[in-house]
Design a binder for this molecule. Structure first.
Ligand code: V47
Length: 371
């Protein structure tokens, strides 16, 4: 056990050892502490209690059907106006085609998110989903952030519940965690004032969970938020999880400022990224998995994060646009064997999972090209 240098963490350590819930104030105390090793030690205790030595990964592919977006969020380098000649929108055939391209291993999940397009209808997206299901039977479709759901409902002039029900009937299996950003209204007004507010994000997630769609959840950090805003965000996610149990994985997302309207802000440091992973594990005692998204934190930091509270690294990804448009210097994809090495080197046992965290059994014949 390491020595706890920061005395303010001692009462928190006692709670962690006793398996007690941490308070919002404990969260703020941890954010104010620079005792990274003590935070990592505590988070690792919880992580090993829950998952032992296992670190999960999956073989997935990201698909972004369009970057056209009616919102102009200051945090974003991805969205473009429809009249921008550099914007793109795929046809249905292109989406179905791109889903199977460029990867020679059997994908178990498509992660599908995009801009808020002013002309693509709910029917179009239902067709897109149904077409993917038909062509790639057995691939889990994790599609549409709460923000996209709310926008599609508004455009179709139907309720959020009905929108989610229609997408579920078309073949959506679960929802990714994006768009939550930070729930603080003060900060949200500056970084993404065109988006639904925090309460609406939580309400959309609540309805998704009620109709049987699991989802992930995220927090965007490293911009204008305070330690109190971060702790509040985590507590609000934890409260909804107490109610629905529908969140599977939490993914803290470090803000990448390049090419955004907030380009003057500095990038987060590895220190802050690891601290955020540790505090997430400690505060979110009812969310099973904490993901260190390698695209966002770099494979090196994602690897260290496996000893600071994380138990997942995300997957092969194949083609990532949102972070790369905002200056990410990481690769766009990692091979399955790269992920295995990264995890093993951290002294963890790699387990390939599907989106529901069931282990995936591989034989040579499942490594077939999909196209
Ligand atoms: O919603 C946008 C964020 C999210 C920037 O559910 C930015 O498994 C940093 O949600 N700098 C998309 N972040 C990514 C996302 C995600 C990723 C991996 C796995 C899962 C999952 C979800 O990225 C957006 C927004 O919060 N984002 N722009 C930026 N400049």
């Amino acid at each position: 056990m390491p020595s706890i240098e920061d005395q303010s963490l001692k009462p928190i350590l006692r709670k962690v050892e006793a398996g007690e819930r941490l308070s919002l104030e404990d969260g703020v105390t941890m954010y104010r502490s620079a005792d990274l090793l003590a935070l990592g030690y505590m988070a690792n205790l919880v992580r090993e209690r829950l998952h032992g030595d296992v670190t999960y990964f999956n073989v997935n592919r990201h698909i972004n059907p369009t970057d056209v977006c009616v919102a102009s969020c200051r945090l974003c380098a991805f969205g473009k106006r429809a009249k921008d000649p550099t914007s793109y929108t795929m046809s249905l055939e292109q989406v179905w085609d791109v889903a199977g391209k460029g990867y020679a291993e059997a994908v178990t999940e498509f992660h599908i998110v995009g801009g808020l397009h002013p002309e693509l209808s709910l029917d179009w997206f239902c067709q897109m989903i149904a077409g993917l299901k038909e062509r790639y039977e057995g691939v889990h479709l994790k599609a549409f952030t709460m923000v996209e759901i709310a926008y599609l409902a508004k455009r179709a002039k139907i309720s959020i519940r009905e929108t989610l029900e229609r997408l579920k009937a078309a073949g959506v299996d679960s929802l990714p965690g994006g768009g939550a950003e930070i729930f603080s209204e003060r900060v949200r007004r500056i970084i993404c004032d065109h988006k639904i507010d925090g309460e609406e994000w939580l309400e959309t997630a609540r309805i998704a969970h009620q109709i049987g769609l699991k989802s992930n959840c995220t927090m965007l950090y490293g911009h204008l938020e305070t330690p109190e805003d971060r702790a509040d965000h985590l507590v609000r996610l934890r409260e909804l999880q107490d109610e629905t149990g529908g969140f599977v994985t939490f993914i803290p997302l470090a803000f990448h400022p390049q090419n955004t309207a907030l380009a003057h802000l500095p990038k987060t440091t590895g220190f802050d990224d690891l601290k955020q992973i540790a505090i997430s594990r400690l505060m979110l005692d009812n969310i099973p998995h904490i993901k260190a998204y390698w695209i966002m934190m770099t494979p090196s930091v994602a690897q260290i994060a496996q000893r600071f509270g994380a138990n997942d690294v995300d997957g092969t990804v194949v083609e990532e646009k949102i972070y790369h448009d905002a200056g990410a210097t990481t690769a766009q994809h990692l091979r399955r064997q790269d992920l295995l090495r990264l995890i093993r080197e951290a002294g963890r046992e790699p387990v390939e999972r599907d989106t529901s965290y069931r282990p995936v059994q591989r034989t040579e014949s499942t490594f077939t090209v999909l196209v």
